[in-house]
Design a protein around this ligand. Structure first.
Ligand code: ADP
Ligand code: MG
Ligand code: ZN
Length: 480
């Protein structure tokens, strides 16, 4: 009892596969349908109905495993996990227990550690029991039979931050690979946390499992509280009981749900109605090819090859659509334009997707194509239009879908460098702002900014600001 307390964490994450139909029947796998609309004799557990494995679910499961560097078994089997509950009318959950379809692999964290996966298995979801109607319980079986994978880690994590990062990276990989939307609000990703503490020179401690965590932030908070609770108990000489606890968000604490001795004995046995799931080399090849460059690799490429900041690389890869759009624009652009393209993508375009007045709510729905953005940035880079004018062009392209070069020509937005034209705007700006003019004449160098700004406004962004500055300087010195 000498060493410091060490925390040990293992995570079990359930992810809904983004199929059109359920795992063993043709019912829609869809969120938000009216209760029990997506059900049939099979997923409501009626006698005589027979399951058939969804090929698409198997393929997405395989893709997830490959994206996580796991080994995929050529042959895996299903078992029945027996228990009684109203959201499980069959009386058993069909799941892979003895021979899961994948094992190994893992997720690398930024601190250089690696979270190993023990296994990934396929299983069906249960339905939903709704207990908020007084003494009535309602059952919605739309979710019953929806395909899941459960991703189980080794107890490799040692603090709440690492758990948060692991989940964030896991989700990124699965979303990029098109396996799942991983939307926790829809229940597409659910996570159970196993936590124990022990002295660093002693064997692992007794673990507690925490369920009901509906956000990564709650995972982090629950771990922090549970570690504190366990450490305090052990310091007081109280043993930790192996149990399942729930995280109570309001109380910001975990509380007992059931202790190990009460846990059901599931009496697993092989599912007699399903043949083994077979994964051919062809399926492996196709699914491997469907995995895009993953976010960690993209961030490294953005930083190392394009010289973008860690922050920009993070914003660009937060959503695959943003990164894909940026990469497509990059292919159509001069490599030196990467920083400008990144700025326009993360500032102007992401803002446009959120603007109700701009058609399109996602990058790939906007009327600006990646090639349009590359063309626009090229105009700015070559000095043909000023960036204020470029914003006007972008707004017009976003509205009408017309190519930036055409918009520049039609709106006459090409940067004006003609001194006569610029002088006219400068004269107007000087006349309109005698105060700033006086200050400039009195030697206040900063005041000229107001006049330059006024000229830029009058010229609708067309004036070349460098030329404006020199014209103003000359005019005011002459007048003075
Ligand atoms: P079960 O199926 O009963 O949940 P598993 O053996 O599958 O049990 O373990 C579930 C999770 O618990 C795994 O993620 C594993 O890494 C983790 N785990 C096992 N032992 C410990 C421990 N001593 N402390 C924390 N986590 C643990
Ligand atoms: Mg468990
Ligand atoms: Zn069904």
């Amino acid at each position: 009892m000498t060493g410091a307390w060490r925390t040990v964490i293992g995570l079990e994450t359930h992810v809904q596969l983004g199929t059109h139909t359920k795992l063993f029947c043709g019912c829609a796998n869809e969120f938000g349908a009216p209760p029990n609309a997506n059900t049939c004799e099979l997923c409501t557990g009626q006698p005589g109905s027979l399951p058939l494995l969804n090929e698409r679910a198997l393929r997405l499961a395989v893709r997830a495993a490959l994206a996580l560097d796991a080994d995929v078994a050529a042959r895996s089997t299903f078992d029945r996990k027996n228990y009684f509950y109203c959201d499980l009318p069959k009386g058993f959950q069909t799941t892979q227990y003895v021979a899961p379809y994948a094992s190994g692999g893992g997720v690398a964290l930024d601190d250089g550690s690696f979270v190993r996966l023990t296994r990934i298995h396929m299983e069906e979801d249960a339905g939903k029991a709704i207990h908020d109607r007084g003494d009535t319980t309602l059952v919605d079986l739309n979710r019953a039979g929806v395909p899941l994978i459960e991703i189980v880690t080794e107890p490799d994590l040692s603090n709440a931050e690492q758990a948060f990062e692991y989940l964030t990276k896991l989700k990124e990989v699965l979303v990029y690979a098109g396996v799942s939307d991983c939307d926790m609000e829809k229940g597409s990703l659910r996570c159970d946390v196993n936590v124990s503490v022990h002295r660093e020179d002693e064997p692992l401690g007794t673990r507690v499992e925490i369920k009901n965590l509906n956000s990564f932030r709650n995972v982090r908070a629950a771990i922090e509280h549970e570690v504190e609770r366990q450490t305090r108990a052990l310091d007081d000489g109280t043993a930790i009981v192996q149990e399942t606890r729930l995280f109570d968000v309001d109380a910001n604490a975990t509380r007992t749900m059931r202790v190990k001795e009460d846990e059901d004995d599931y009496r697993y046995f092989p599912e007699p109605d399903l043949p083994p799931a077979l994964v051919t080399d062809e399926v492996l090849r196709v699914e491997r090819a469907a995995i895009p460059e993953l976010p960690t690799a993209r961030r490294a490429r953005y930083a190392n090859e394009l010289g973008l900041s860690e922050y920009d690389a993070g914003v660009l890869t937060a959503e695959r659509a943003t990164s894909d759009f940026f990469d497509a624009a990059l292919r159509a652009a001069d490599p030196g334009a990467a920083k400008l393209l990144a700025n326009w993508t993360t500032n102007e375009l992401l803002a446009a997707t959120a603007d109700p007045d701009v058609p399109g709510a996602a990058l790939d729905e906007l009327r600006v194509s990646p090639a349009d953005l590359a063309a626009l940035v090229a105009l700015v880079e070559r000095g043909e239009i000023h960036s204020a004018a470029a914003r006007t062009v972008l707004r017009e392209t976003l509205r009408s879908g017309r190519a930036p070069d055409d918009v520049v020509r039609e709106l006459g937005l090409a940067q004006a460098s003609d001194p006569a034209e610029i002088e006219a705007w400068c004269t107007a700006a000087i006349d309109a702002d005698p105060r700033a003019t006086e200050q400039v004449r009195a030697g206040n160098g900063k005041a000229i900014g107001a006049l330059i700004g006024a000229v830029m406004k009058r010229s609708q962004g067309r004036a070349n600001p460098e030329v404006v500055r020199s014209v103003l300087t000359r005019m005011l010195e002459v007048d003075a």
